[in-house]
Structures are given as C-alpha cells and as structure tokens.
Design a protein around this ligand. Sequence first.
Ligand SMILES: Cc1cc2nc3c(=O)[nH]c(=O)nc-3n(C[C@H](O)[C@H](O)[C@H](O)COP(=O)(O)OP(=O)(O)OC[C@H]3O[C@@H](n4cnc5c(N)ncnc54)[C@H](O)[C@@H]3O)c2cc1C
Length: 356
Amino acid sequence: MFKVSARAFPRRSPIFSSKCFASTLTLIETNGSKISPASLSTLNAASKLNQPITCLVLGSDAKKISESEFKNLELSSSNLKISKILYNENSNFDHLLAENISNILTNLINDSKNDITHFFANSSSIGKNIIPRVAALLDVQPISDIINIKDSKTFIRPIYAGNAIATVESSDKLILSTIRSSAFSQISSDSSINNSIVIEELPINDSDITSNNDNKITWVSESLTKSERPDLSSAKVVVSGGRGLKSKENFDKLIDPLAKALNAAVGASRAAVDAGFVDNSLQVGQTGKVIAPDLYFAIGISGAIQHLAGMKDSKTIVAINKLEDEPIYKIADYGLVGDLFEILPELTEKISALKK
Ligand SMILES: Cc1cc2nc3c(=O)[nH]c(=O)nc-3n(C[C@H](O)[C@H](O)[C@H](O)COP(=O)(O)OP(=O)(O)OC[C@H]3O[C@@H](n4cnc5c(N)ncnc54)[C@H](O)[C@@H]3O)c2cc1C
C-alpha cells in the first residue's frame, strides 16, 4: 500500500465567495421507516467537518422519519451537529432518481441562505448516480468514495481498486462527495439523548421534479433478493465462500449453516458467483460490494487482488483454505489450513453448541 497525492482538477466555482456559517447538506437514504445504515455512516463522515449538518429526507414517509429518527442520534467520539432536517413527502422520491432530484438539489445548494459548502451522499447506486449529475449542473469536480477526511478541503480516497490511497485537495468552494460507508462507523441511537433539531418542509413543485427529466426516466421496478441473513453491506460478520466449495449444493449445505450460527451475512467470490453458487448481489470485491465487517470468513477463496479490494479493511479476517501459501493468508489474522469439507461441519457444530 502506498500513498499518492493528487489535486482535484480546479474548476470554476459556481457559488459563494465567502461564508459565515458553513454547513454540510447530507442526503439521507431510508430503508422503509428507518435511516439506512449507510446514511448513518455518512452522517458520521459529515460530523468530521465540525460544522452544522442539514439532512435532506425525501419520500412517502419523509415527515415521519424526520420527526422520529434523528432526535436520539449520538456520536460518542466526535461532534454530531445536525442543525436542520428538510423533508418532502412525495412518492416520486421513494426511489431517488438523479433525473428527478438534481434540479432540487442544485437550487437548494445555490440558495445562499443555506450556506452549504459540502454536499455528501452515500457511495451507493443512488449517491453514485446523483452526485455526478449535480456536480455537472453546478460545474464542480466531485470527489468520490471518500474513506477519510483530513480537513474541509482534503479527503482520502482509494484509487486503482484500493491498491493505492490518494489524498485529494480540492480548490472548489463547494465540495460534492460520495462517502464509502464501510470506512465510517454508523452513528448510533440513544433514547436518553434528545437533540433539538429544526424540522422544516422543503417546498417542491412538480415542475422542479420533471424539469431536468422531461419525463424520459421513470422508475419501473426493482427485484431484491430476499434473505433471512443480515444485509451484506452493513453486517458485522460475513461468511464468504469461493470456488473451493465446488458446487451450489455444497455452498448451501456448508456456508449457510455457518452464517446462521454466527448471525452473519453470506458473501462470495466472483468465481463462486460466476459458477452459479449464489446470486451476484453477494459478490465481494472490486466489481462487487466493498465491505469492512468486524469479522470476515474467507472460505475456499484464494485471495485474488480483486477479492481483497472488497474485504481487506475487515477488522478480523479468518481464512480457511487447503493450501497454506495462498495469498489470502497474507492478510488473514487467523488461518485454518485444511479441507473445508471437514472443517466447516465441525466448526458450525461447535459454534452452534456454544450458543445453546
Ligand atoms: C476486472 C476483474 C474484476 C474482478 N472482480 C472480482 C470481485 O469483485 N470479486 C472477486 O472475488 N473476484 C473478482 N475477480 C476475479 C478474481 O481475479 C479471482 O478469479 C476470483 O476472486 C477467484 O475466486 P476464488 O478465490 O473463489 O477461486 P480460486 O482462485 O479458484 O480459489 C479457490 C480456492 O479454494 C481453495 N480450495 C479448493 N478446495 C478446497 C478445499 N477442499 N478446502 C479448502 N480450500 C479449498 C483453493 O486452494 C483455492 O485457494 C475479478 C477479476 C477481474 C479480471
């Protein structure tokens, strides 16, 4: 791992020359009636700028979420200063399409009374869609996939699939960024805390929603894989299987029970996905999900660089592989060299017994 410094290409700054009360606008994604785990991480990232945060909540339940979900949030180690929540209840925002909300965001950011100097969104399919479009409309250089914040102008982000880390300093007056949620812990909720936050409705006309879209883009449908297991992106424990499992039947028979015993999410290498052992939404790596759980099991996975790009920041890594010189052992904290077909049934049985 090495460090490089790069300067974001300076572009003409579209807004304010001087600011008295800088503020960070944060786009909140929701899961039904809750703030999404990734947005709780993005709020943590926003808190590192040590300036007031304005949260934007959009969708059918926006008012309910704004009134119930923010007041008990706390961050033990740092300053969380949510000063305002702006909401708009409109089912058009249940699926945050960049085409529908870019003009709204642009107007909000350009409104000088809001004093917005930073706009953060999750590094999710939603944030990755919205930030570039808004950045283009405002003519600023977005900084994507931030994993750390040095100061209000200087950010750390991975490049070359995580094989190098760039320190990026922006000269723009407005910073637009996506935040990699696995790099920031989620702020938590504590019912003994009762933050006083201004909650305001953000008036939005239907013409604002369609003006950037011309009705060319509409939400059609989504197909979500239903699983009893925790969500792979935010799980604290992940059990991943690779080509070493040899078949879908083995994967289901050996990985799922271990994941169940550990209350873990299931992940997989690309080779396991390509072989049809599991759905590709479970792929971990450069072209899959980038995660950093507390505990990651790599089972029958060799540790190709593209797989490591998705899990190497896990706090503790356990590898089970029959070959002791596989690359996965170079980053593993614990290694069990042996035949997974013998090890896994015994491991699952022992963990299940401990939990009884
Ligand atoms: C552009 C690009 C993007 C990619 N993106 C990703 C990505 O996002 N995620 C990803 O995972 N890969 C990605 N890959 C593929 C990557 O290069 C590897 O091919 C893949 O990760 C290998 O998966 P694997 O470790 O399961 O399989 P293998 O490399 O075949 O490893 C199987 C392992 O199982 C072990 N094994 C076999 N039998 C047993 C047994 N009985 N007991 C114990 N151990 C056993 C073997 O020793 C071996 O280490 C990408 C490749 C490219 C080119």
